[in-house]
Design a protein around this ligand. Structure first.
Ligand code: G3P
Length: 228
């Protein structure tokens, strides 16, 4: 499963990358507004980070018309090259833009997906990723994980090489369930990365190890037993 961090703050991205094996980071227009005032200086830093770590960067177009989306995608592609995935919204103009972008060799993610049928047409149009918003789907009385399961099956049945990139999570359990239905990728917050590995029993066991060690060996470390 691919893991992305859903944030534009570079220090947070670097912190997550230091601890966890990430495949890149994802942004959207709202996420980028949090970096208002420094986006211009961040743009080259994002590229450096992508090159040095060999990871993907996701940027969403802000245009409304397909041709304008293509222009933005081409500009982003010229700058970020192979590291770029362009996010196109699952609206009519976005669907048109998928094939325009694919014709230019641009990697595409159709985003803000809330239904299986939206995902299906995106895959058929040639999208490399679709990004369903799991919690939003849950909030409208459907089941985000089931929707992803159906997307994965439909892509397999249709022979579409499109990955499902789950987005918008509220619980670690949603991610656990997605992993069992063949979801290929998720994008999550830095806090969610920490939640994925948090376990009270692990903490309790660690405390037990620490206590026993200290009582027996004091300040000595395990590596101190190795001869010089
Ligand atoms: O990647 C999607 C995400 O940024 C939107 O999440 O749940 O804050 O709407 P949410």
């Amino acid at each position: 499963m691919e893991f992305y961090v859903d944030i534009a703050d570079l220090e947070s991205i670097k912190k997550v990358a230091e601890y966890y094996p990430i495949d890149g980071f994802t942004t959207n227009p709202k996420i980028l507004t949090k970096e208002a005032g420094k986006v211009e200086e961040l743009i080259p830093q994002y590229r450096k980070f992508a090159e040095e770590n060999d990871v993907k960067v996701f940027f969403q177009v802000t245009a409304e018309k397909a041709e304008d989306m293509l222009d933005q995608a081409k500009k982003l592609k010229a700058y970020y090259g192979e590291y770029l995935v362009v996010k196109l919204p699952a609206v009519k103009e976005g669907y048109k833009a998928v094939r325009l972008c694919k014709a230019e060799g641009i990697c595409v993610c159709v985003t803000v997906v809330h239904s299986m049928t939206q995902a299906l047409l995106a895959a058929k149009a040639g999208a490399d990723f679709v990004a369903p918003y799991i919690s939003h789907i849950d909030n409208i009385g459907a089941d985000g994980v089931t929707a992803v399961e159906e997307m994965v099956m439909a892509f397999e049945n249709g022979g579409y090489p499109c990955k499902v990139l789950g987005a918008s999570f509220r619980t670690a359990d949603q991610i656990r369930r997605l992993a069992t239905v063949g979801c290929q990728a998720v994008t999550i917050t830095p806090e969610m990365f920490d939640l994925l590995i948090a376990h009270a029993s692990t903490d309790a066991s660690m405390e037990g190890f620490r206590k026993a060690w200290k009582e027996t060996f004091g300040e000595k470390q395990v590596s101190d037993f190795i001869p010089e």
